[in-house]
Write a protein that binds this ligand. Structure first.
Ligand code: PA5
Length: 365
């Protein structure tokens, strides 16, 4: 017989009780969310003086990292789709794809600097003679990069990796801007910062539930299985970010996918088992630049699955540039995941399971 599981029922926190939320949030996750616009401004400077890697012109870019340090790579890949002439691949593992070699720019990203998979991929990049830039707040990656004379973007530490999304994404873009591979990043980032400041007023703790779309969305997701659907080339990486934030902050399951692909498989899987389907809440991430056929697909998809699930929410990106539009949706998802943690009475900061896995693997057990 399998051992009996102990279920701890935590008390939901009232989303308008700022004191109770701050008491629960031991790592100050709401504070770092509130600081995101300023983090994004500071992030741009971190890549300003870093020596540019030799070895160009590059044939491809590989961003290697895990979890909160990899999602910036996904955002970069989506951003690059329309404006970069060379492919961006995101690598989540110990080794590198076979194509990576002397004409590859490897961006090795680890917030802590101690993630073993990223250190493995970094060493592999060295062996293959790739150009490398390391992005980290310290740890072994910083030490190795200094020792190897590899350009190093140092970002401030002291927060959770997933809270450092500005530091782990924007410096990569700035670097590509300085390499002449993309342009206009500073102006786009300035718009993103402005939009984030506007949205902060709507999503932060002081905005009451009756007027706060992030709190309202968390109430809808409570007790449900969030399924986040975005679209290829616009909101794809943002959907993945929402999922990860719900997992890590609210310690709850969540899933993501993209249109049009999901219209060719996942959409069929909404007939059984009905008791589980009734507990799914779909969130559609909409972007004004979605392909016109994708916009139609969102509408038809809603007709097909809308009645089977508990509910569907559609949220629209704000801003003109893609950077602002991405960050506007990221910000909503970040706040939603934090409020959902509160509804589950869960401290959003610590991720004990990840820490335990890392230390077990490091000990070689
Ligand atoms: O959010 C987290 O804590 C994780 O997803 C980490 O980002 C992941 O484990 C990788 O660690 P690091 O970002 O320090 O390389």
């Amino acid at each position: 017989m399998s051992p009996k599981r102990v279920v701890v029922l935590q008390r939901p926190v009232d989303l308008d009780d700022v004191q109770a939320i701050e008491a629960l949030d031991s790592m100050g996750m709401f504070g770092t969310a509130r600081d995101l616009p300023e983090q994004c401004s500071r992030a741009l400077d971190t890549a300003a003086d870093v020596p540019l890697p030799a070895g160009g012109p590059f044939q491809n870019i590989v961003v290697t990292g895990l979890g909160g340090s990899a999602i910036g790579g996904d955002l970069l890949r989506v951003y690059a789709f329309t404006c970069l002439d060379i492919p961006v691949t995101v690598n989540r593992g110990y080794t590198l794809p076979r194509f990576a070699g002397p004409r590859t720019l490897v961006l090795a990203v680890s917030f802590s600097g101690n993630t073993e998979e990223t250190l493995g991929a970094y060493n592999e990049a060295r062996r293959r003679g790739a150009a490398i830039v390391a992005v980290t707040s310290g740890g072994q990656l910083a030490a190795q990069a200094r020792r190897d004379g590899v350009p190093l973007i140092t970002v401030p530490g002291g927060i959770a990796p997933r809270s450092a999304i500005g530091y782990l994404f924007l410096p990569l873009l700035m670097l590509l801007d300085r390499l002449g591979l993309v342009n206009g990043i500073e102006a786009e980032a300035a718009e993103a910062v402005r939009i984030l400041r506007e949205l902060r007023i709507r999503y932060d703790l002081e905005a009451p539930l009756t007027e706060n779309p992030a709190k309202q969305m968390a109430m809808n997701l409570q007790g449900r299985i969030p399924v986040i659907w975005g679209a290829s080339t616009t909101t794809e990486a943002v959907a993945q970010r929402w999922k990860g934030q719900i997992n890590e902050n609210a310690k709850a399951p969540a899933y993501w996918n993209v249109l049009p692909e999901l219209n060719h498989n996942e959409i069929v899987g909404f007939q059984a088992p009905t008791d589980i389907l009734h507990r799914i809440w779909l969130v559609f991430l909409r972007d004004p630049d979605d392909h016109p056929q994708v916009q139609k697909r969102f509408a038809v998809t809603r007709e097909i699955v809308g009645k089977v699930v508990a509910g569907v929410s559609e949220v629209e990106a704000s801003g003109k540039g893609l950077l602002a539009r991405m960050f506007s949706l990221i910000y909503l998802g970040d706040y939603v995941s934090l409020y959902l943690a509160c509804r589950y009475g869960i401290n959003p900061g610590p991720v004990e399971v990840i820490d335990r896995l890392k230390s077990t693997l490091a000990k070689g057990e």
